[in-house]
Design a protein around this ligand. Sequence first.
Ligand SMILES: [Zn+2]
Length: 288
Amino acid sequence: MPELPEVEVVRAGLERHVVGATITSVEVLHPRPVRRHLAGAADFAAVLAGRRVVAARRRGKYLWLPLDDPETGDALMAHLGMSGQLLVQPAESVAERHLRVRLALEGAAEGRELRFVDQRMFGGLSLSTGGAALPPEIAHIARDPIDPLFDDDEFVRRARRSSSGVKRLLLTQTLISGVGNIYADESLWRSRLHGERPGNRLAAAQLHELLGHVREVMNEALAQGGTSFDALYVNVNGESGYFDRSLHAYGREGDPCDRCATPMRRVAFMNRSSYFCPTCQPAPRVRR
Ligand SMILES: [Zn+2]
């Protein structure tokens, strides 16, 4: 699943290759990715034709392209879901196996298409009316920790009022967005915190340190992702495996902890898994 750094790489790619282009026509090859457009696929295609892309923005893992006016216009929203990709391809290039929507471009991206490719189709595209500045559909989602306007103190205050486990807090999109399961585990390992430690039992300094590690992990992935994107040039590619090579926690069940050599453990967590070192990240004591 694309995590926030990959989505930011996609946003930067869209900014570079699609902003300034006009959408001339839209072809929906499968209705599921445009299911949120209730008027249907034909209407989706009709309302986008002739619109000019004027920016590429992101909140958490949601992307949007403001159309015609960056403040008051509509927006084309995209979510990559589990397996979605946005590609900028020459119009004549062979269709990808899981190509779902193609948008023909002219102007800044003459002769190219923006393509939404998605095998599993949990992601999709939709039109947000008047959503150029911030689509109302995602206004409840908090900023992410690499957003310059993210408020650390506010996050720490709210986390310390909650009895939820700190990993769950990291995955609460109304509190902090864009931190997926993999980066949550990695940040908690670096902070020596067990994910079940309740927010209201942590010191402010521990939470500030955790935020620092979240940013560190994301910036490392961004640095690597940026390189991948340049290598691909016109491929605005939402799929990757480039970030998993430097991970200390995720996917390492039974491997020795990189700090203390204790075998790493895996436990079930919200239909997923959590990976941690039982020595460096001791479970909270049960309060009686
Ligand atoms: Zn350890």
